[in-house]
Ligand binder design. Structure first.
Ligand SMILES: *Cc1c(COP(=O)(O)O)cnc(C)c1O
Length: 468
C-alpha cells in the first residue's frame, strides 16, 4: 500500500499533455512523429511512478526535469548506438570491440556492393545463376594449397556444420587437452552435443598419444578432430600428437581428419619470431583433410567461418541444407575477397591489413608513437593530467596466439582532479569513446592498436571528458 505521502507525490505528477508543451520537447515535436515524443514522455512518467513507489519519500520531480529526461531518451533513440570507438587497449583482436578492423580496400569493397546491385549469385560470362562461394574459393585454394573451400557465418558455425553434416550419430575422437571453452560461448563439447555427433575423449589434459586415438577407433568412428587450444596453454610436460601421425591414422581407418584452427594464419608470423602457430598451408600440407578458421581473427577480415580442404568433404558440406542457414551475405564476401587478395603479396598484407600491421609494429616505433600520443593529449589537457611513457606488453587477443606477449610502450595517464574510474567512465561517454586499460593507479593507452590519425581524436576525447 502506498503511503499518504506517496499518493500525494503521484497525484502531483504532471499529465502527458502538460509535459508535451514544455519548451525542451518542442524541437522533438518538430523533428519526429508525435507518437515517439508521447511515448518518451509516458515512459519517463511511468519510471517516475515506480521510483516514487519504491523509494518512498524521494523528492517531487519538477516538470522541467521530467521534460529533460524525455528529451534525453529521444536523443538516445535517434543517435547511433553501434559506433566507432578508439581502441587503446593494445589488444589487437578485442572481441568486445569488434575484433579485426578491415583494410581500406576491404571497407571500400563492402561499400561498393552495398550501394549497388552486384553479381553475388550470377555468372557474368554465361548469364546464369552462380554460387556465392565462387568469389572467394579460388583465392582460398591458392593461398592455402587446399583443393576446395567455402565460407559460412563464423567459425562456430563451420565446426557445427562439419560435425552435423559429416558426423551425426557417429563418433568424433578428440584429445581431452583440446576441449576448450572460448569466451564462455563456444564449448566444443556442447557444439558436439547439439550437432548429434558423439564425443569420444582420449588421453589426459597434458598428454595424448597416437596410441590413445588408435585404441578409441571403432566401427562408429567418423572423425578424428584436432582443436586449437585458443585461450590457454598447457605448459611443461605436454605431448600433442602430430598432424602427420593423425593424418596417417585417419587414412588407415578411412576417417575424416578435421581441425578447428580457431585463428587461421595465412601470413607466417613465426618467421618474425611471433608465436609458433603453423600457417593454414602448413596444416593442409601436413595432411589435414578439412580445416576451419575465423575470418575476423588473425586473418584480419570480416566475421566468417572459412572451411578449406579436400573437395569430397567440401562438396558434401556445400550440398547440405544447413549451408543455406549458415550462409554469408554480400558484405562479408566483398570484405573477405578484398582481404584475401592482399595476401597474394605478403608485404602488401602486412602493410594494408590492420591486424597484421598492428601485430608487427616494432617496440622502437611504438616508443616514438607513444611520445606523439602523449604530446597530443598534453596539448589539449595540459595541467589536468599527469602522463608518462612506460614499457608494457600488448596482446593479440581473440583467442589467437595465446601466451604471446608483444613488447610495447604505453602512455600512462593519471588525472589530477578526478578519480581514475571517473575519468575512465567519462572517456567512454564522449562523442568518440576511448577504451584504455585501467591498471591499479593509472590508465594505460597502448599506441599499438591506434593509428597515427587517431592521436588527435584521442586528445579531443580527453578534452571533452575533462570538460564535461
Ligand atoms: C574463436 C574460435 C572459435 C569460434 O570462432 P568464431 O569465428 O568466433 O565463431 C572456434 N574454435 C576455436 C578454436 C576458436 O579459437
Amino acid at each position: 500500500m502506498p503511503t499518504k505521502q506517496q499518493r500525494e507525490a503521484l497525484r502531483r505528477l504532471p499529465a502527458v499533455h502538460e509535459l508535451l508543451e514544455r519548451p525542451e520537447l518542442a524541437p522533438w515535436l518538430e523533428r519526429l512523429p508525435r507518437k515517439w515524443v508521447t511515448g518518451a514522455v509516458s515512459d519517463v512518467l511511468a519510471m517516475c511512478r515506480r521510483e516514487i513507489l519504491e523509494n518512498g519519500n524521494s523528492g517531487q520531480p519538477s516538470p522541467d526535469s521530467l521534460a529533460v529526461r524525455a528529451a534525453e531518451s529521444l536523443l538516445h533513440l535517434t543517435q547511433p548506438r553501434l559506433k566507432p570507438v578508439l581502441n587503446a587497449t593494445g589488444i589487437v583482436l578485442h572481441t568486445n570491440l569488434g575484433r579485426a578492423v578491415l583494410s581500406r580496400a576491404a571497407a571500400d569493397a563492402v561499400s561498393r556492393v552495398a550501394l549497388s546491385a552486384c553479381n553475388l549469385e550470377y555468372r557474368l560470362e554465361e548469364g546464369v545463376r552462380g554460387s556465392r562461394h565462387d568469389h572467394v574459393e579460388t583465392l582460398l585454394c591458392q593461398l592455402t594449397g587446399a583443393e576446395a573451400a567455402m565460407v559460412v557465418n563464423n567459425n562456430a558455425a563451420a565446426v557445427f556444420h562439419v560435425l552435423r553434416t559429416l558426423a551425426r550419430n557417429r563418433e568424433v575422437i578428440v584429445s581431452r587437452g583440446q576441449l576448450v571453452e572460448i569466451g564462455g560461448s563456444f564449448r566444443v563439447s556442447e557444439i558436439m552435443g547439439e550437432s548429434g555427433a558423439r564425443l569420444v575423449e582420449v588421453g589426459t589434459t597434458n598428454k595424448t598419444r597416437i596410441r590413445d586415438y588408435e585404441q578409441a577407433v571403432t566401427a562408429d568412428t567418423a572423425v578424428l578432430m584436432k582443436v586449437h587450444t585458443s585461450n590457454f596453454r598447457i605448459l611443461g610436460f605436454t605431448q600433442e600428437t602430430s598432424r602427420e601421425e593423425m593424418a596417417g591414422l585417419a587414412r588407415r581407418h578411412d576417417l575424416l581428419f578435421f581441425e578447428d584452427l580457431g585463428s587461421g594464419i595465412l601470413y607466417d608470423l613465426k618467421r618474425h619470431g611471433i608465436g609458433d602457430e603453423p600457417t593454414v598451408r602448413e596444416c593442409v600440407e601436413a595432411g589435414v583433410d578439412l580445416l576451419s578458421f575465423s575470418g575476423d581473427k588473425l586473418l584480419g577480415g570480416p566475421q566468417a567461418g572459412i572451411l578449406v580442404g579436400r573437395k569430397e568433404w567440401i562438396d558434401r558440406l556445400k550440398k547440405h541444407q544447413l549451408t543455406r542457414s549458415l550462409r554469408v551475405d554480400k558484405f562479408t564476401l566483398a570484405a573477405l575477397e578484398a582481404t584475401l587478395r592482399h595476401y597474394l603479396d605478403p608485404e602488401e598484407a602486412a602493410r594494408e591489413i590492420p591486424t597484421l600491421r598492428q601485430i608487427l609494429k616494432q617496440p622502437d616505433h611504438l616508443r616514438e608513437a607513444a611520445s606523439r600520443l602523449e604530446e597530443a593529449i598534453r596539448r589539449h589537457s595540459g595541467e589536468a593530467l599527469e602522463t608518462e611513457i612506460v614499457p608494457s606488453h600488448s596482446e593479440v587477443g581473440g583467442g589467437s596466439l595465446p601466451g604471446v606477449e608483444l613488447p610495447t610502450h604505453c602512455v600512462a595517464v593519471f588525472p589530477r582532479n578526478l578519480s581514475l574510474s571517473r575519468l575512465d567512465r567519462k572517456l567512454r561517454q564522449v562523442t568518440v569513446p576511448v577504451i584504455g586499460r585501467v591498471s591499479t593507479d593509472r590508465l594505460f593507452l597502448d599506441p599499438r592498436t591506434l593509428e597515427e590519425p587517431d592521436f588527435p581524436r584521442v586528445a579531443e576525447s580527453f578534452r571533452e571528458a575533462l570538460q564535461g
